[in-house]
Design a protein around this ligand. Structure first.
Ligand SMILES: [Zn+2]
Length: 95
């Protein structure tokens, strides 16, 4: 006979947004979809525009998930995203 301990399950509070984190001060590359050589455009997830309009979290190549709401153009490109995009053979804007 085995004893199963009772576990107290608590709902997790949503994490506080870390506005001062480095990742908040970088522009990330979001895979919104891709265009295969043949066939139609394949959406891969919510686009940045969707995120801004609907508050939908988007996922960057580096794995960061956030709700876009700011103009990322003023931030330097996330080096992790840039590296992954380079491996994928994407053209990355140099900034
Ligand atoms: Zn990134």
């Amino acid at each position: 006979m085995s004893v199963v301990p009772e576990l107290e399950v608590k709902p997790l509070a949503p994490p506080e947004p870390q506005l001062d984190g480095d990742h908040e001060r970088m522009a990330h590359i979001v895979l919104e979809g891709f265009q295969p050589d043949e066939g139609d455009y394949v959406p891969a997830g919510p686009s940045v525009v969707e995120g801004i309009v609907n508050g939908t979290p988007v996922r960057a190549l580096c794995g960061k998930v956030w709700v876009p709401g700011r103009d990322p153009q003023k931030y330097p490109l996330c080096p992790t995203c840039k590296e992954i995009a380079g491996h994928l053979g994407w053209s990355v804007p140099s900034s």
